[in-house]
Design a protein around this ligand. Sequence first.
Ligand SMILES: *[C@@H]1O[C@H](CO)[C@@H](O)[C@H](O)[C@H]1NC(C)=O
Ligand SMILES: *[C@@H]1O[C@H](CO)[C@@H](O)[C@H](O)[C@H]1NC(C)=O
Ligand SMILES: *[C@@H]1O[C@H](CO)[C@@H](O)[C@H](O)[C@H]1NC(C)=O
Length: 251
Amino acid sequence: MAAIVGSVWVTATLLMFVLGGHALNLLRVTATSRNPPSTPTVHCWCSSYPNLTVCSWPEPSLSPPTHYVATCSERHRQKVTQQCHLIQPGSSSSDLISASSPSSERLWHCHLPSLKLLTSYIINVTAVSSGGSSSHLSSFMLEDIVKPDPPIDVRVSPHGIRNLLVEWSPPPSWANLDIFPLKYQILYQYKSRGIPKSVSLGPYENTTVELKGLTQGGTYMFQVCAKELLGLGKCSDWSSPVEITIPRTKS
Ligand SMILES: *[C@@H]1O[C@H](CO)[C@@H](O)[C@H](O)[C@H]1NC(C)=O
Ligand SMILES: *[C@@H]1O[C@H](CO)[C@@H](O)[C@H](O)[C@H]1NC(C)=O
Ligand SMILES: *[C@@H]1O[C@H](CO)[C@@H](O)[C@H](O)[C@H]1NC(C)=O
């Protein structure tokens, strides 16, 4: 058995080597036993650089009682291990985190509050049940997995004939806005003679943008996303859509 696990580990290590340039490298080690729980599918992102990294994975729907052990270690100093603080599905802090996720899956989360910049980490989330255990292992660097929460409080208002003012507020969870500013993109959608169009604008460094020359009587739907100013990681999910119809002026 140990030999099988050993060879799986070697394969996984090579895989990580080959995929070295990717943001989150999956290494999978499934423990061998007769009836191990399913390997958690773990997704990690840094929602407030550099202080808050969150990992999540769905709770399997049909499985014996399973608990999880989640740890994170530096890839090149594997003895230095920290716990990833677990949050059960359905707890109030878990609802806060997953509020933006459309899925109805019950998600486990864990928090890593203090990771170092420019350091390669390995996260190990192990599912343990009476039938055995199985581990998900993946590697990441904070800089590659930055993904803010969406901007909030998006407002769109008429601003003179055929013009609109779009305003929003940064995601409150992004704690270090002074040191690590955000930039924003706007997506707006409308119909032109019945054909759906979509336009992407930005990036903008401030939180107010004036759009000019829109169509009177046209209905526009706006969304905003936030990205770290220097371009680390990804843009947030889009904020929920805000719709406005440009007033017609009477002639
Ligand atoms: C983020 O972490 C750094 C170092 O770990 C700490 O000095 C700083 O106070 C933290 N900031 C916040 C907003 O928690
Ligand atoms: C992952 O974590 C589990 C549970 O703590 C541990 O038994 C296992 O050895 C770890 N795997 C690796 C490759 O470090
Ligand atoms: C945002 O930037 C634009 C141009 O870059 C500027 O005209 C506008 O005044 C800025 N708004 C705020 C609120 O700083």
